[in-house]
Structure formats: C-alpha cells, structure tokens
Design a protein around this ligand. Structure first.
Ligand code: ADP
Ligand code: MG
Length: 462
C-alpha cells in the first residue's frame, strides 16, 4: 500500500532543495496543500482556497511535479483541486482502491483528516511548563478510555492561556489515534462550532423532527470526544443539557473525553455546576508559559520543521524577548525570516531581527515609500518588479499590480497622477479603478483580505 503522506513529505523535502522556491512561497502556497488520493497515477492535492489553487496551478505545478517525479518516478503528474471538487475525487479514488493500489486515511474516511498533520507529540517540546498535560495527553492517546485504577484520565481537562499548545495537544491525540487505532471514531470540535451546530439543529427541528436527535447521536456514537476551548460554552441551558447527556453516555461506556479551556472549570462562569463537576472529575492539567530554555528549544524545533535557519544569537534574541506565548514566538521567527528574504539578507543578524520585529513601534506612514510597497507585493506574489509596472495583463500580474496600487493609495499621500507614473505611466482613472476593485474585493473575498493583511505585516504597518 502506498502512503500518500510519505510521498508528499518526500516531495516537499525535494522541493525545498529547489533554488527557485523561497520560504515565503513555500509557507504561503505549498505547505498548505493536502494530499487526497492517487488517481490514475496522478497525485491529487487539495488547496485551502480557490485562490490558492489557482496560484499553485499557475506558478508552482511544474516544479511540484518535478519534485514528485524525483521521489516517485512511477507517478505521472499532480492535480490541484479545491474543497468543492473533493467529493468527486474521494469517490473515484475509492473505486481505484478496490482494484489497485492506493489508499490514504483521507479517502478511507471520506473526508480529509480534521487534524493538522504537524501537530504531533513529536513536534511538541516538553518541559516544566507543560509536562503534565503532555504526558496525560500521550497516555490518553495510547490507551483511550482506559482507567487503570490509579490515575483517572477521563475526562482529561487541559487548561492554559492562549497560544500555549492546547490545540496542538488535542490534534496530537487525534493524529496518534488515527494512525494507531484507525477503527476508533474520534470527534474533535471547537466549542464555538459545537454551539452553532446546536442552534442550527434547534432551528431545524420545526421542519425536521430528527434534527436534534441527529445532533446528539453524532456525539454519542464516538470513542473519543474532544471539545476545544470550552470556555466558550454559552449559558444556554439546553446546550449544556445536551452536553451533560452526551458526557454521561460516553463516560458510562468508557469512552474517552478530552476538553480544553483557557482556565480551570471552576473559573468558567458560564457553565452550570453539574457540568463543572463532570469536567473536574478526571485529570486537570495546566500549561503555562515555557521558560527561556524551553523557548530556545521551541525555536530550534520550528526551524527544523520549517527547514529554515537563523543564527544562535537571533534564536536567543527571540527567546528572550518574546515571552507572551508560543504562537507569538513562532510568528516572530517567521517574521524575521520573511523580512530577511524581503531585504535579501538570507542570514539575518540580531539587528535585522530587531528591525523585522519593530511591529509595535507602528512606523509612521512616511517611513515607507512606494518602492517598499512594490517590493513587498512582488516578494509576496513572487512577481518581478519590472512585471508589476509593465503593461502585462496576465491575471497573476495584474492582480498583484492592483493590490500594490491599492496599498500605495492607502498608505501614502501621493496624488493619483503620480501614482499612475510610478506604475509605468498609467492613467489616473486606471489607478482609481484598481484601487476600488481591491476595496470592494476586501469586503467579501477572505483570501484577498488575508493576503493584504500579510503584505501589510511584511511592511510593518497595520
Ligand atoms: P492554544 O490552543 O493553547 O491557544 P496552540 O495549540 O494553537 O495554542 O499553539 C499555538 C502554536 O504554538 C502552535 O503552532 C503550536 O504548534 C505551538 N506550540 C505551543 N506549544 C508548543 C510546544 N511546547 N512545542 C512546540 N510547539 C508549540
Ligand atoms: Mg486553541
């Protein structure tokens, strides 16, 4: 049997050797693809959005294919799809599976795994601040629902501040169980989504008598149930009733329950007492901010995973200065790397790191000029600076150009006519048109909004 994950990981390692792939493009476009199945020896990859799909097809498909063929010469090509197309592929790949080779856990389950693949126990740095939560999570993953009489790990309740690794541990449990006990049914739910589903089910009950039942059954027929961020549990009695009910059913039949929250059960004002005492009935494990040594270890781990490097001084500088949470620590590392790429300094020193992180000193708008903006946009979309001011009309170039024009209009106070000149002598009406197109796009195109936000953060403006 062919392991899709393995093929894809090998392909990614090959890709990273390609000089034309930089860390920005890699992390924005390529790393986010998920292998779905093999269809007629073509590797089908799922893109997180249609925009991302377009970009990969247009700019990266040939190079991904090249790396794929290096790792697996028997394969022919790649195909990039988006979520809407997924059902088609999952079905066809199943048929293929019956009479030939392939299966991925994604196609077996009909939907791709809900667990982020890099959130594993191996990728988690363990230390004083999180070892109880880590070992409890690991032991629950190894023996879900078991109660050895010494230590009751059901439910396991992990709590700690934002960005300290709760979701990472829950996904690690999910990934571990999916791999080692594929027959177990696991449900992972952010509590906010759970509440939305509940209210949707209630609304439907007038037309569909089974809606509420179906909601409950979905959670009652599982082996492992995880609710992430239960501090968001609303005060609605009905919802808490439902959860109480689900909880009891699972608990009594020895199924594993895992919960996370930003604080211990007693401090969540919105939950009822009876639910609170259920949540407290197993092991409460807290996670706090890692100390300096652990922060250094975390940065080193991330560098290995992302296949990037900064000097020891920079590692130390980041670890010492970012002591809020791990998510910010990761963000800072990425920012330093993006920034050093942007200014063509692949090996950032502390000075560069400091510049990259002057986020909060909110640079005055006068500090950046149109060439900074054009640079940032070109780096982000991997487009040549001459292309962006040229007359070329291919979609990727003209999209990037519009974003650059929008940002110049937004961030600098320059007359439109001059902006037209900056962009290769364009008419001011063209500038207005481009600017307004982006303004409108930002209202309902989430992907575009995200891209503009990324570019702003490259420029250190918000
Ligand atoms: P939370 O759910 O507690 O808000 P997350 O699990 O989303 O936090 O973690 C935020 C980021 O920090 C994730 O990218 C996660 O991989 C990383 N992270 C947190 N703790 C660790 C750790 N001990 N080792 C490695 N990465 C960590
Ligand atoms: Mg979380």
């Amino acid at each position: 049997m062919i392991d899709l994950q393995e093929i894809w990981q090998d392909t990614l390692s090959e890709l990273l050797k390609e000089p034309s792939i930089n860390a920005v493009a890699y992390s924005i476009w390529i790393e986010k693809l998920t292998p779905v199945c093999l269809k007629n020896n073509v590797l089908v990859l799922l893109a997180p959005s249609s925009n991302a799909g377009d970009t990969v097809r247009k700019s990266y498909a040939p190079i991904i294919k090249k790396s794929l063929l290096k790792t697996k010469p028997s394969l022919l090509d790649i195909e990039v799809i988006t979520e809407e197309e997924l059902p088609l592929f999952v079905e066809t790949s199943d048929i293929i599976h019956e009479n030939e080779l392939v299966v991925s856990s994604a196609s077996k389950q009909k939907t791709p795994s809900p667990f982020i693949s890099r959130y594993t126990f191996d990728n988690f740095v363990v230390g004083e601040s999180n070892k109880l939560a880590f070992y409890a999570a690991k032991s629950v993953a190894e023996k879900p629902g078991s109660n050895d009489g010494y230590l009751n790990l059901n439910p396991l309740f992990i709590y700690g501040g934002v960005g300290l690794g709760k979701t990472h541990l829950l996904h690690s449990i999910g990934n571990y169980i999916t791999k080692h006990f594929p027959s177990l049914k696991i449900v992972y739910m952010p509590t906010e989504t759970l509440a939305n589903e509940y209210f949707a089910a209630l609304e439907k009950t007038s037309s569909d008598k089974n809606a509420y039942r179906n909601f409950i059954d979905r959670y009652k027929n599982v082996d492992v149930l995880m609710f992430d961020d239960v501090q968001f549990l609303k005060k609605k009695i009905g919802l808490q009733d439902a959860i109480f009910h689900i909880f009891n059913t699972l608990y009594q039949s020895g199924k594993q329950i895992i919960l996370s929250s930003d604080r211990p059960p007693k401090e969540i004002e919105t939950i009822e007492d009876r639910l609170c005492s259920r949540f407290e009935g197993g092991l409460l494990a807290d996670i706090s901010m890692p100390n300096l040594d652990m922060r250094i270890a975390i940065i080193r781990k991330k560098m290995m995973m992302e296949k990037v490097a900064v000097s020891d001084e920079v590692v130390y500088y980041l670890a010492e200065n970012i002591d809020t949470n791990v998510r910010e620590l990761e963000g800072a590392l990425l920012k330093v790397i993006l920034y050093s790429q942007l200014i063509n300094k692949p090996f950032p020193d502390v000075q560069t790191a400091r510049e990259a992180l002057r986020v909060n000193e909110t640079i005055k708008k006068e500090d950046i000029d149109s060439s900074d903006i054009i640079n940032a946009v070109c780096t982000y979309y991997r487009i040549g600076k001459t292309d962006i001011i040229s007359k070329k009309k291919t979609k990727d170039i003209s999209d990037a150009r519009m974003v650059a024009i929008y940002l110049v209009c937004d961030l600098l106070s320059i007359p439109l006519v001059n902006i037209g000149q900056i962009f290769g002598g364009r008419d001011h009406t063209t500038i207005i048109h481009a600017r307004d197109k982006i303004i409108n796009g930002l209202k309902d195109n989430k992907q575009l909004a995200l891209q503009v936000k990324d570019i702003r953060s490259l420029l250190n403006v918000s």
